[in-house]
Design a binder for this molecule. Structure first.
Ligand code: SAH
Ligand code: SF4
Ligand code: F3S
Length: 480
């Protein structure tokens, strides 16, 4: 009997979009695999169930789903018992339309119904197409399984809050993820402890508006994100804490203070602003001004002078003029971003801004290009300031070259260096020697006379001191 006859079926998960989708994919796979009926594979051709976890944030992201589904058509034609599922924000936004456009799909499941996936798959296997995009009352987190056991990476995501009540005029998230819900603090801390027991030393708390977190504390009171971060910092073995994504309006005093008083909270903050023009911010329904954003950043920098700031920008929002765009450039110059993500506005069905008069696409592309030139320069300038300094780097994985490993600095910049396998999972002091497009290169501290290498390590450096470049920059965790 082969494995299939014995009942173990193969699951292939393809994940797009933000970190929350990465977290959700792991939990969905954990739930299907926990009783041994399913086993994950990295090859879609081996799979009995192909599950796409999708993103709806921009048109390009949503269209990717259909091109990927098209690629699975020959597999399904060859094996009609192959199941294909669509999860994530496209599933929530488009629902039955997905099956109409691509009839090979057997299961459509929205983000709030993931705990029902095993039942949906079982019914789909009997030949009934399944659609579940409800926002049920039960707590899906209580049902989604975490896979225990030693993890491949020392870093992990942990969703603490989901959904959004902000309704920015361009954004689909409040419709695809629903209203803001925070998980109880005790559950979050328990999951954090389990992750640490499995070898994780850095946890990133996730939420669409993570700093709006207000979960029930163990004592029944309302806990803020600052309180949650401080409680997590007390977990032995958890060395680094990060959180994303924050909204400028929810950056409260206590959370800013945590950057000063909580050593394990890393000096990096992703704080999207979208535009530097108050007129555009108002039209976007962001409910803050450019000045308020500058002020928040100044206060965070006061609390933690070395904090690296990251942001998101949208250019070509309906009504944006060249003068508005100049204000965005001016804001960037004032802040000085360590890294940033910028996008051309993409009209999304069902959002208010999609109905408005659009900016000429060529003009919007030109603005995006100009903004990206500035942001790239800022990133390079930021990275250049790190050269010559030594930072603790959490070594996350092997690099692309033999003998090379890669990790991140406290400021989230990818760093690659030559080090033995035993470095994986460790936080090591690394002296930064060079800066490339999206990463830094460094060496372990110099042992006198060893040219930057501890004596017991078997590799040679190019030209006595240079590090061969070419490590893939670690995934930024922001595929959107
Ligand atoms: N919850 C986060 C992230 C939302 S999506 C937040 O509030 O910041 C991530 C980024 O995608 C946004 O910050 C925004 O810059 C971009 N984005 C969202 N909708 C978009 C749209 N319709 N067109 C272009 N970019 C968009
Ligand atoms: Fe979207 Fe973020 Fe605005 Fe919420 S706060 S609507 S997730 S951009
Ligand atoms: Fe959804 Fe995340 Fe994309 S919330 S729309 S998958 S950015």
């Amino acid at each position: 009997m082969n494995e299939k006859d014995m009942g173990v079926r193969k699951l292939f998960v393809s994940t797009h979009g933000c970190q929350m989708n990465v977290y959700d994919s792991e939990r969905m796979a954990g739930q299907l695999c926990q009783d041994g009926t399913w086993q994950e594979t990295s090859n879609p051709e081996d799979a009995d169930f192909i599950l796409l976890n999708t993103c709806h944030i921009r048109e390009k992201a949503a269209e990717k789903v259909y091109s990927e589904l098209g690629r699975y058509k020959p597999l399904k034609d060859a094996r009609p018992d192959l199941l294909v599922g669509v999860a994530g924000c496209v599933a929530q936004a488009e629902g039955a339309e997905i099956v109409r456009r691509q009839p090979l799909v057997d299961v459509v499941v929205g983000p709030q119904a993931y705990h029902r996936l095993p039942a949906l798959v079982a019914r789909a296997a009997r030949g009934e197409t399944q659609l579940d995009t409800e926002f049920p009352d039960e707590d899906k987190f209580a049902h989604l399984a975490r896979r225990s056991g030693r993890r491949r990476s020392p870093t992990a995501f942990l969703t603490v809050q989901e959904g959004c009540d902000k309704f920015c005029a361009f954004c689909v998230v409040p419709y695809t993820r629903g209203v803001e819900v925070s998980r109880p603090a005790a559950r979050v801390l328990e999951e954090a402890r389990e992750l640490v027991a499995d070898g994780v030393s850095e946890i990133t708390f996730l939420g669409q508006n993570v700093n709006a977190y207000h979960g029930e504390g163990p004592d029944g009171s309302d806990w803020s994100l600052a309180r949650l971060v401080r409680a997590a910092a007390a977990i032995d073995g958890l060395e680094r804490i990060r959180f994303t994504t924050s909204h400028p309006r929810d950056m409260d005093d206590d959370l800013i203070a945590a950057f000063a008083d909580t050593r394990k909270l890393m000096p990096y903050l992703h704080l999207p602003v979208q535009s530097g023009s108050d007129r555009v911010l108002r039209a976007m329904n962001r409910r803050h001004t450019a000045e308020q954003y500058r002020h928040v950043i100044a206060r965070i920098r006061e609390a933690r002078p070395d904090v690296a700031i990251s942001g998101d920008f949208i250019v070509g929002f309906p009504g944006e003029t060249e003068a508005d765009f100049q204000e965005t450039l001016a804001l960037c110059r004032d802040i000085g971003y360590a890294q940033a993500f910028s996008f051309r506005y993409s009209p999304r069905p069902g959002t208010p801004a999609a109905e408005r008069r659009q900016v000429d696409p060529a003009e919007a592309s030109d603005r995006l290009q100009r903004l990206q030139v500035l942001l790239t320069r800022q990133r390079q300038a930021y990275q250049a300031t790190q050269v010559g300094h030594t930072f603790p780097v959490l070594v996350e994985r092997r690099g692309r070259l033999p003998g090379q490993v890669a990790g991140r600095s406290p400021h989230m910049i990818p760093v690659h260096l030559m080090a033995p396998e035993s470095a994986l999972g460790q936080i090591l002091p690394v002296r930064i020697l060079g800066s490339e497009a999206n990463s830094l290169s460094g060496v372990l501290p110099t042992v006198p006379g060893a040219g930057g290498n501890p004596p017991n390590m078997k590799w040679s450096l190019n030209g006595g001191g240079g590090i061969p470049s070419g490590a893939e920059p670690a995934p930024s965790g922001r595929a959107v």
